[in-house]
Design a protein around this ligand. Structure first.
Ligand code: NOJ
Length: 521
């Protein structure tokens, strides 16, 4: 076991801290800027740690901060063991980690194992000649005449192969041409990537979010996709059995460290049943994101279906659920809910009372909408700039940024900002603070069992129970008031989407789009 000292601020930790944690995703370019270049950075994040501690989250996941040509804004890594100068340097990272730990906040890094940047020295060496010592570190094949080796298409469109003029062979890239896939069948790659984990674990990071980690194992025959799905990229379907041994190897690296370093995997397979094997026997990923809630219409039936499905599948002791309403790849939830703040508030009550670890995306606690990005300002090859817009901190332009940021602000920054919402007891930010504080003091909400109860049409009702502690959570997904939701007496509203409902005796009535947490009176 290594490295007790760097966790000095995290005394008395329970094992499996990540089960009761709430994790906050920061998209570093858009969080906070300390040096006025219009791009967020590590010192900027450090300046907002008190905000995060007051919000009540337990851990922070940083989207990639490594050196990168930024073709995919950091998901094209050219050095896994350094910091891109736009964000700072290793010394700035060490300061941020220490300051976070001193506040009891853990730090999780993004780790991008499936592909590097085409400018990573490994790839430059690999593409230099067919005889290069690192040729086999990437996936090189001969084409069929002028056609690529197989029919796979890239997640960003077009063939997943690019022909290299110098050597005449094609290399695989499931994402951009600037993101060549590593060949995890090569032992040198496995070893080098394990070393990148150790580099950060030795520095004291608390874990990783592993980018599209289900893609790392590949059938070396690279078979064509069946004709009926040939136009779809394989990122949503690739489910190769050989990946599991690689995940066990990765897990063994983490398990060599104290303090339960965690790995949460992005596995973009659509059916929750396909996620379960990625937990292995408790020897693969600690958690796998369940993205189901990001794709649901605002109906009680849809949410009940997704929660029931997860409950049936993710109830074994090792398959701890992991929930998310939004991230840097998807529209923000308020935008998905046609701008409805009420629905976004109710969704927050659900997210923070489910069984499993919730991940928040920076700015959802402010109820931000996606920014309107004029065509001329679009930067992301995947069209995802809207949800990646900068966080407004203050009420007056430039909203806590020293200069104009790299993307436009979300709508209404003068109203939707941390300063204004901190001062309003009934703001979205204050709702998140109340929900996080309640979750923190309730073992039932953090770790208790989950069971759905019958409820009137258009509403959802479930219980969380641990020992003698019981909470009920009720939500109305309709635009009309509903009565008769949990009609039994003896309940009090402990938290609600709006402040005025809190503390009252429960009478069974939910207003339109209202959600409540009930405790015994
Ligand atoms: C998933 C990441 O979340 C996304 O932002 C990125 O473009 C792809 N993986 C490729 O790394």
């Amino acid at each position: 076991m290594r490295d007790g000292a760097v966790h000095a601020g995290l005394k008395d930790v329970e094992p499996a801290w990540w089960r009761s944690a709430v994790v906050y995703q920061i998209y570093p370019r858009s969080f906070a800027d300390s040096d006025g270049d219009g791009v967020g950075d590590l010192a900027g994040i450090g300046s907002r740690l008190d905000y995060l501690a007051a919000l009540g989250v337990d851990a922070v996941w940083l989207s990639p901060i490594y050196p990168s040509p930024m073709a995919d804004f950091g998901y094209d890594v050219s050095d896994y063991t350094d910091i891109d100068p736009v964000f700072g340097d290793l010394a700035a990272f060490d300061v941020l980690l220490a300051e976070a730990h001193a506040r009891g906040l853990r730090i999780i890094l993004d780790w991008v194992p499936n592909h590097t940047s085409s400018r990573h020295p490994w790839f430059l060496e690999s593409r230099s000649s067919r005889d290069s010592a690192k040729r086999d570190w990437y996936v090189w094949r001969d084409g069929h005449g002028d056609n690529p080796p197989n029919n796979w298409v890239s997640a960003f469109g077009g063939p997943a192969w690019t022909r290299d003029g110098a050597t005449g062979q094609w290399y695989l890239h499931l994402f951009l041409e600037e993101q060549p896939d590593l060949n995890w069948a090569n032992a040198g790659v496995v070893d080098a990537m394990h070393q990148t984990l150790r580099f950060w674990l030795d520095r004291g990071v608390d874990g990783f979010r592993a980018d599209v980690v289900h893609l790392i194992g590949k059938d070396e025959a690279l078979p064509d996709q069946p004709a009926e799905v040939a136009q779809l990229d394989i990122v949503g379907t690739h489910d190769y059995a050989g990946t599991h041994a690689l995940l066990r190897g990765i897990r063994a690296v983490l398990d060599d460290y104290d303090q339960e370093r965690v790995m949460v995997g992005e596995v973009t397979l659509s059916s929750p049943s396909k996620l379960v094997p990625y937990y292995g026997q408790g020897d693969e990923l600690h958690m796998v994101f369940n993205f189901a809630l990001m794709h649901l219409p605002w109906t009680a039936e849809a949410f009940a279906g997704a929660l029931d499905a997860a409950d049936g599948l993710l109830s074994s002791p090792v398959a701890w659920p992991c929930w998310v309403l939004s991230n840097h790849d998807q529209p923000r939830q308020r935008s998905r809910f046609s701008g409805s703040e009420e629905q976004a508030r109710a969704a927050a009550v659900l997210l923070l009372t489910l069984r499993g670890t919730p991940f928040l995306f920076a700015g959802e606690e402010l109820g931000l909408l996606d920014a309107d990005i004029p065509d001329a300002a679009r930067l992301d090859p995947g069209g995802r700039d809207g949800s990646r817009a900068p966080i407004p901190w203050d009420a007056a332009a430039p909203y806590g940024w020293p200069s104009r940021p790299w993307l436009p602000f979300p709508p209404e920054p003068g109203l939707r900002n941390a300063e204004t919402e901190s001062a309003d007891p009934d703001s979205m930010l204050q709702l998140y603070r109340r929900l996080l504080a309640l979750r923190k003091r309730s073992g039932a909400l953090q770790l208790g069992s989950w069971r759905r109860r019958d409820a009137p049409e258009g509403t959802l009702l479930y219980e969380r129970r641990r020992g003698d502690e019981l909470r009920l959570v009720a939500a109305n997904f309709t635009a009309a008031a509903v009565s008769g939701v949990e009609a039994s007496a003896g309940w009090r509203v402990e938290a609600a989407t709006h402040l005025d409902a809190e503390g009252r005796r429960w009478g069974g009535d939910l207003a339109a789009d209202q959600a409540v947490i009930l405790a015994r009176d």
